[in-house]
Every structure is written in C-alpha cells, then in structure tokens.
Write a protein that binds this ligand. Structure first.
Ligand code: NAD
Ligand code: G6P
Ligand code: MN
Length: 442
C-alpha cells in the first residue's frame, strides 16, 4: 500500500492550481493524498487559492486531506513527497511588458518565444533556482515536477546549477495539440504513440503511431490539416487566440508538409504575420488578466461572501492530468511515456549533447529515461534548433555571469530578431523594465 503523499504547489496562487488539484483528486487510487501545501510569495493570491481548494476538497468528499497555505519555504517543503512548480516571476504585469516592448519595435512579443521569452527567462531563472534550492535544503528526496516557463531556459539553468536534482521539466503543449487534433479528426489519442523532437515550444512530430490502426497516421493528419483547419477543443472554448494559433497549424503544414510542427513555431517562422495581427493595446497578457486571473479572483470572492454552490468553474484540459501522470508514474513505477525536457546526450544524435531538448521519455521509480531518435534530424530543423540553442545558452551565460555582452549576443541571435541594432534597443528597454527582477548586467 502506497503511503499517502504530501504535495506542495510552488506558485500555489497560480490560476492552474485548481485544475491540478482536481486531477490529483481524480487519481486518488494511484496517488493517495495526505496533505496539500500551497506555497507562494504573494499571500493574497495564496489565500484566495486556499478558499478555492478548501471548497474543492469539501465538495468532492476529500475533507480528510489536510490543506496548508504558507509563504514560509521551510513549512512548505519539509517532508513533502512531490513539488509541482508553476511560478510566474513578475506576474502577468511583467508578461505584458514582455509582449509589448518587442511589439513596439515590430518584433514578436510572446510569453515564451522571441525576446519576450528571453526577458521572462531572465526573471524566471532566479525564481526557479530559489525553489530548487529550497527543495535541496528541506526535501532533498522529493521529486520536483516543473511547469514553470520558459521551460528550455529554466531547464538549462537548473542543469548547470543542480545537475543531480530529482526534477522533471515538462510542457503541456504536445498533449494539448494531440488532444485537439484527435477530437477534430475523430481519433482516440489514448491509442497513440507519438514521436517528437525539438526544444521547448520549438519542435516537430516525426510519427504518430496509432496502435488500434496499426500504422503511422501522421501523413493523413497532415492531409486533414491541409483540408480542414483545427477548431479549439472544449478546454480552449471561446478563446480566440488559441483558435488563431491552431488555425496557423494548417498554414505551417501547407508550406512544410513533411512533419507536424509545434504550434509555437509560428512565432519563429511567421513572425511578420504575428506582428501584423497583434494589438499593442491588448495583448495575450491582458486577455489572461481579464480571463483566467479575474475568474480565479471571482471564485475566491464568491466563497468569501458565503457562496458554496456553482462557484467552482475551471477547465484546463489535460494540463493537470499530465503532471499527475508523471507523479503516479514515479510513485508506482508505471513507465508511462511523456514528452520531456532533458539534456540531449545523444537523444537527437546530430545535435550538441549539452542542449536541453524535448523528446519522448519513459518515467518510472528511478526517474526519466529518454528515448533516442532512430535517425538524425534534417538540416532545416537542425539549423533552426542550433541557432536557438546557442541563443538560449548565451542568455543563461548572461544570467550567471551578469554579462551585458552575452545578453546582447543572445538577443541578436534570437530567431525573431533581424539585426543587432533592434536587439540592443529592446535589450536596453527590457533592462529598465526588469530592474526589480534581472541580475545587474555589465
Ligand atoms: P500566475 O501568475 O497566475 O501564477 C503564478 C504564481 O506564482 C503567482 O501566484 C505568483 O505570486 C507566484 N510566484 C511568483 N514568483 C514566485 C516565487 N519566486 N516563488 C513562489 N511563488 C511565486 O501564472 P499562471 O498563468 O498560472 O502560470 C504559472 C506558470 O505556469 C507560468 O510560469 C506559466 O508560464 C507556466 N505554465 C507552463 C506550462 C507548460 O507547458 N510548461 C503550461 C501552463 C502554464
Ligand atoms: C500552453 C503552453 C504553456 C503556456 C500556455 C500559455 O499551455 O504549453 O507553456 O504557458 O500555453 O497559455 P496562456 O493562456 O497563458 O496564454
Ligand atoms: Mn509549454
């Protein structure tokens, strides 16, 4: 009988916490739960989430699960079994800057891609390294499952500072994309064994083997994408920017019909289109503030005013289930297959071994076992990835060395940037906007 587990959510006040806890509760047979700890640096957000999770526990028959809310890392991490990390250093206010500063220079402004992603990376590395440090100090045996973005950059920083840490870095995009493709074209994703390679938000499928059909269905999915654009699945219902993102999939597979790309490649391959369609006065950060963030505050407000019925209202699709599946796979040695961020070490044979790559991997009691590709990758993808890896490495160098020169090289090499002059202008503006968060660069 598995011991009941203590799970700490780092970034407890995150808008994704209810979906994750819901998934934990749905899997109580595989992940028996003793205690949930919400850890955040913002006590107001954490208290709001306490109310929401407390109601969720009480209304779903899990009132015996202990719930703790804390801003004290010792209390949060001591003795816990799993940490799910999902912090956003600087909050959505700074995400807005990440999006709007590059856009003012007619460059892609995005949470994890382009210069916005680099600015976020420079903030996020310190926050996440601090969490990893707390875990090393207070719960060195625990597993840290990380969703904190931008995944490639923070994974690289952790790889350098804590190479031995028991940590898994993951992104929900492949699973969301697969789910969306499956519901649009009438497949059951549970039968799929997908193969994929890349960097985070920067990769391609090579095969989608369908066990029930006994064949690779990627070619027919590409044909379908080219005939009929994807519609968002239920978990993105009514979200116009996700709808637009999924429609771009068809543009990409029409131009490059050999493989299915990650939707985030639109920012690197079609940056001009992205900039043209953007509204500088109202970017994605504004939508998320007026959507997910407002909705979370409203749920807490209703509970505070005494309401208990029809209060809980969230649907994050597979996001929660995916991280819970990782935890159960470790706990019960299930050897499930995930797309994960891992040091390359030959998994992509013709890419530098010290790159952090996203590839399929099995997860079990001893951790992650990445799967190596059967063949080298093509020059188009390799060229794009090598430039991106080098740019990310330079950014992480800039962070650890406090080097302005390395930051400028990283910004210039970023694939969304046409020249060094604009890279420098954006970097200088980002330094001012991020003075409370970035290390000093000189
Ligand atoms: P959010 O701003 O709603 O929540 C983040 C929480 O982190 C906030 O409550 C904030 O106070 C807290 N926080 C910030 N800095 C902290 C620190 N140093 N220590 C502890 N807590 C801290 O953001 P969100 O939209 O819910 O997203 C949360 C994170 O999850 C982001 O990094 C986002 O990019 C990421 N995310 C990743 C994936 C993925 O595929 N990997 C998917 C979805 C979201
Ligand atoms: C997907 C990506 C995440 C990203 C999120 C942004 O889930 O995998 O890495 O953080 O989308 O969604 P949002 O609704 O915040 O724009
Ligand atoms: Mn992601």
């Amino acid at each position: 009988m598995t011991n009941r587990q203590i799970i700490t959510i780092a970034g407890g006040g995150s808008t994704y916490t209810p979906g994750i806890i819901q998934a934990v509760l749905n899997n109580a047979d595989r992940l028996p739960l003793k205690e949930i700890r919400l850890y955040d640096i913002d006590s107001e957000r954490n208290q709001d989430m306490y109310l929401i999770i407390d109601l969720l526990l009480k209304t779903s028959g899990h009132e015996l699960v202990k719930l703790i809310v804390t801003e004290d890392p010792r209390q949060a991490f001591t003795g816990c079994d799993f940490i799910f990390s999902q912090i956003r250093v600087g909050g959505l206010k700074m995400r807005e800057q990440d999006e709007k500063i590059p856009l003012r220079h007619r460059l892609v402004g995005q949470e994890t891609c382009g210069l916005g992603g680099f600015a976020y990376g420079m903030r996020s590395m310190g926050g996440l390294l601090e969490i990893v440090g707390f875990v090393q100090e207070f719960a060195p045996e625990a597993w840290l499952l990380n969703y904190t973005n931008p995944e490639s950059i923070v994974s690289e920083a952790v790889r350098r500072q804590y190479p031995e840490v028991k940590m898994i870095n993951a992104c929900d995009m492949t699973i969301s994309l697969e789910e969306t493709i499956a519901v649009n074209y009438g497949y059951d994703r549970k039968n799929w064994v997908p193969t994929y390679y890349g960097l985070n938000h920067f990769g391609w499928y090579t095969e989608i083997y369908d066990k029930s059909l006994g064949k690779d269905i990627m070619p027919e999915v590409i044909a379908k994408l080219n005939r009929q654009k994807l519609k968002v699945a239920d978990f993105n219902e009514g979200d116009s920017s996700w709808q637009a993102a999924f429609e771009m999939m068809s543009v990409m597979t029409t131009d490059f019909p050999e493989q299915i790309p990650n939707n985030y490649l639109e920012y690197y391959l079609y940056g001009d289109l992205v900039v043209e369609k953007a509204d500088l006065a109202y970017t994605r950060a504004n939508m998320v503030m007026d959507g997910r963030e407002k909705n979370t505050k409203e749920m807490a407000q209703k509970i505070r005013s005494g309401l208990t019925e029809d209060v809980l209202n969230f649907n994050f699709g597979e996001h929660g289930q995916y991280i819970v599946d990782m935890a159960t796979s470790i706990l019960n040695d299930e050897h499930r297959r995930f797309m994960l961020l891992v040091p390359n070490q030959g998994a992509i044979p013709n890419l530098r071994p010290d790159a952090v790559v996203e590839v399929p991997a099995y997860v079990g009691a001893t951790g992650v076992e990445p799967i190596s590709l059967r063949a080298p990758i093509n020059d188009f993808h390799k060229g794009l990835m090598e430039a991106q890896v080098a740019a990310e490495k330079l950014l992480v160098d800039a962070y650890f060395e406090g080097s302005y020169q390395k930051a400028l090289q990283a910004f210039t090499l970023n694939q969304t940037v046409p020249n060094a002059r604009v890279a420098k202008k954006v970097l200088d503006e980002m330094i001012i906007a991020n003075q409370d968060y970035w290390p000093v660069l000189s």
